[in-house]
Design a protein around this ligand. Structure first.
Ligand SMILES: *[C@@H]1O[C@H](CO)[C@@H](O)[C@H](O)[C@H]1NC(C)=O
Ligand SMILES: *[C@@H]1O[C@H](CO)[C@@H](O)[C@H](O)[C@H]1NC(C)=O
Ligand SMILES: *[C@@H]1O[C@H](CO)[C@@H](O)[C@H](O)[C@H]1NC(C)=O
Ligand SMILES: *[C@@H]1O[C@H](CO)[C@@H](O)[C@H](O)[C@H]1NC(C)=O
Ligand SMILES: *[C@@H]1O[C@H](CO)[C@@H](O)[C@H](O)[C@H]1NC(C)=O
Length: 421
């Protein structure tokens, strides 16, 4: 035994002493190659939905969901892959997050749309998040172009940076790597600033994710045979920008779908700007019919948000998309539809909501008053509560679709209950 151990140690020592060629660190993105992407014929939920079902207390919901455990997984148009749909664990809006979302059963894939300095449309959650979602700060020539270049933390003054898609050209954008959305405000170097990923997410897939343009996202989604949900992100720069008005931007966004021959009935466009929705209703009525108005009015005044619904209906808006917290409330010791949900249903407005699996695990979310659970946080304490929330949204609020950061959870649930989307 002892001799064997000694031999092993010697072997290990020799192995470490032998010079090995160091593998190159991945720092260049693989370019988007549509032909190299296989068609996805098989959907796979993975272990998470099963884990959540097991965590449920005994009862009708658990029994029903357990019974679906051996069903064949399939894509669900009820579920929109939020920022790609693998976002809980993979860099948002990357090719890899979209492929993960599709593999887990997303019937619809999201691209949030921002523009570069040369007015090309790209998939980013914000016009100005390149410093937290890509490696731009570690590429000196591009970091220098940021609206706010990196400033290290100094004592109690946090580190600063602000890098926008409109700071760089499309060609420059394509040299970046997608990373998990994070930053470390105490960092004194750009490399250290890139850390700070929440521990309940993961850095396991945080290599060099492939960034996408809107045109590539459309090709990808078409190849996978899925539907589209692009969001016209509110610009952080003053419009007009380089000669582009907000209306030019809203039109260019729709034109990409027309050029790719994607019919409006498979495109669920979104915007937080009510004027964008009105513009589409007027100038592109077919795309306007399927547009989602992303509601943020309730963040400052929920009563106004409810009151406004009547006007949206009058204006011809068909779908409203508020966050989950607008739709649920607590009453009678449980989670129930909110006044907002009841009013939207009364008016016959379709409801789409966001975003399931975006929050920290319920046990942590409960203590940190997470945004999405904020109106019913007393009823969120364990992982299975994600399914309880989904159950109320599906069966009482009757949402038409739901965005999810980990598609499998909602896809498993939606298929089990025959929700078509
Ligand atoms: C850090 O802050 C101190 C005090 O305000 C200042 O004197 C010093 O120059 C700062 N250092 C850097 C590197 O900015
Ligand atoms: C953030 O940066 C500070 C200063 O370099 C370091 O002490 C800390 O460990 C970092 N935190 C994370 C989560 O990386
Ligand atoms: C919704 O209500 C608020 C407060 O009454 C109002 O200021 C706002 O313009 C309304 N929003 C829309 C999009 O109609
Ligand atoms: C709470 O329960 C009472 C009695 O059953 C019912 O009248 C009331 O509508 C319930 N409230 C809500 C918000 O569901
Ligand atoms: C949340 O708060 C409760 C009581 O306030 C505490 O017992 C529990 O440990 C906390 N959980 C976490 C994950 O911080």
């Amino acid at each position: 035994m002892k001799a064997t151990l000694l031999a092993l140690l010697t072997l290990l020592a020799t192995a470490t002493a032998t010079p090995v060629k160091k593998a190159a660190i991945i720092s260049k993105p693989t370019s988007f190659d549509l032909d190299a992407i296989p068609k996805q014929k098989v959907v796979s939920y993975g272990p998470r939905p099963y884990y959540l079902v097991e965590d449920l207390a005994k009862g009708e919901l658990k029994t029903k969901l357990q019974k679906c455990g051996e069903k064949k997984a399939k894509p669900s148009k009820w579920v929109i892959g939020h920022r790609g749909g693998g976002t809980l664990q993979l860099p948002e809006h990357s090719l890899q997050s979209n492929l993960a979302g599709a593999r887990m059963g997303a019937g619809v894939l999201e691209c949030d749309v921002a523009f570069t300095s040369d007015l090309k449309l790209v998939c980013r959650h914000s016009h100005c998040d390149l410093h937290t979602t890509t490696n731009i700060l570690t590429i000196p020539s591009l970091a220098a172009k940021c609206s706010t270049p990196f400033k290290p933390a100094n004592g109690t003054t946090p580190a600063k940076a602000n890098c926008c898609t409109s700071d760089i050209t499309l060609a420059e954008y394509k040299t970046l790597c997608a990373k998990m959305d994070s930053f470390n405000a105490s960092a004194t170097t750009p490399e250290a600033y890139q850390a700070g990923v929440a521990p309940w997410r993961t850095t396991l897939y945080n290599q060099c994710g492939t960034l996408l343009t809107l045109a590539e996202h459309i090709q990808l989604t078409e190849k996978l045979g899925l539907e589209h949900s692009p969001e016209l992100k509110t610009p952080s720069v003053k419009m007009p920008f380089n000669g582009w008005t907000q209306e030019n931007y809203a039109q260019a966004f729709i034109d990409e779908y027309k050029q790719a021959n994607v019919p409006a009935k498979r495109v669920w466009s979104q915007s937080f700007l009510y004027d964008d929705i009105l513009y589409w209703l007027k100038k592109e009525p077919e795309y306007g019919r399927t547009a989602l108005f992303l509601d943020s009015v309730g963040d400052t005044d929920m009563n106004a948000a409810v009151a406004n619904l009547t006007q949206y209906k009058k204006d011809g808006v068909r779908l409203v998309a508020p966050p989950i917290n607008y739709l649920l409330a607590e009453a009678n010791g449980t989670i129930v539809p909110s006044a907002y949900a009841n009013k939207a249903n009364e008016l016959g407005l379709g409801i789409v909501t966001w975003s399931l699996e975006r929050s920290p695990p319920p046990e942590i979310a409960h203590n940190t008053t997470d945004y999405y659970y904020s109106t019913f946080s007393n009823w969120i304490s364990r992982d299975a509560d994600i399914l309880t929330v989904l159950d109320v949204l599906a069966h009482q609020v009757k949402v038409k679709k739901i965005f999810s950061d980990w598609v499998a959870t909602a896809a498993y649930f939606g298929d089990c209950f025959g929700l078509k989307g």
